[in-house]
Design a protein around this ligand. Structure first.
Ligand code: PCA
Length: 199
């Protein structure tokens, strides 16, 4: 069984992105082939990269990760909306405003991850989190919306926003969660999501 986990390259002039760094730290999962990929922070290119990953790997589960710079807790995203409205340019300089992601698509799509069960497992492990009702209107929301639009209905898919880690907090002091804890959380989220596939 193949599982796809993606992070993003650094953006907004930051030196590092924990969603990319965490990919190297994910625990091995029994019987699972983990495919890790870093996505470009480029609104024009990201869809093509994502489509190719889905075509090549046909994942049974897709977990997409990104950085939420201003948040102190790991966030399970509930909702992706069919809208791009960037308040900063992407890494290619594009700044779409009030543009739908898929013009024919529904206004919003709900996460297909077992959010409450993941949150409960994290709590047991001593990892605080929040369920977020907005993934923003930038690349992370775009990837979540495309994932939920393009993957077959039966494939659990969703998005987790990670807070800054120690590397970012050293560069820009503020709240952070150590990368090792983030990696543990992502591993647990994968385990719980896989349980929902293998009743
Ligand atoms: N976070 C951004 C895009 C890339 C990333 O890691 C976002 O929250 O949209």
């Amino acid at each position: 069984m193949r599982v796809l986990v993606t992070g993003f390259e650094p953006f907004a002039g930051l030196p590092h992105n924990p969603s990319q760094a965490v990919l190297e730290r994910l625990p091995a999962l029994k019987g699972i082939e983990l495919v890790r990929a870093t996505l470009p922070v480029d609104t024009q290119r990201v869809g093509g990269v994502l489509k190719e990953l889905y075509r090549l790997h046909q994942p049974a589960l897709a977990l997409h990760l990104g950085l939420a710079m201003g948040r102190a807790l790991i966030s399970l995203e509930r909702l992706a909306v069919n809208l791009l409205d960037f308040d900063l340019p992407d890494n290619a300089g594009a700044r779409p405003q009030e543009v739908p992601i898929l013009p024919e698509g529904p206004l919003a799509r709900l996460s297909r991850l077992p959010l409450r069960a993941i949150q409960a497992r994290w709590a047991q492990a001593g990892i605080p989190s929040q369920i977020s009702n907005s993934a923003g209107l930038y690349l992370c929301n775009q990837v979540m919306y495309l994932a939920l639009s393009w993957l077959p209905e039966g494939v659990p898919a969703g998005f987790i926003h990670l807070p800054p880690d120690e590397t970012l907090a050293l560069a820009r002091p503020g709240a952070y969660v150590p990368l090792a804890v983030q990696a543990r959380a992502v591993g647990l989220a994968l385990e719980v999501s896989l349980e929902s596939l293998r009743p």
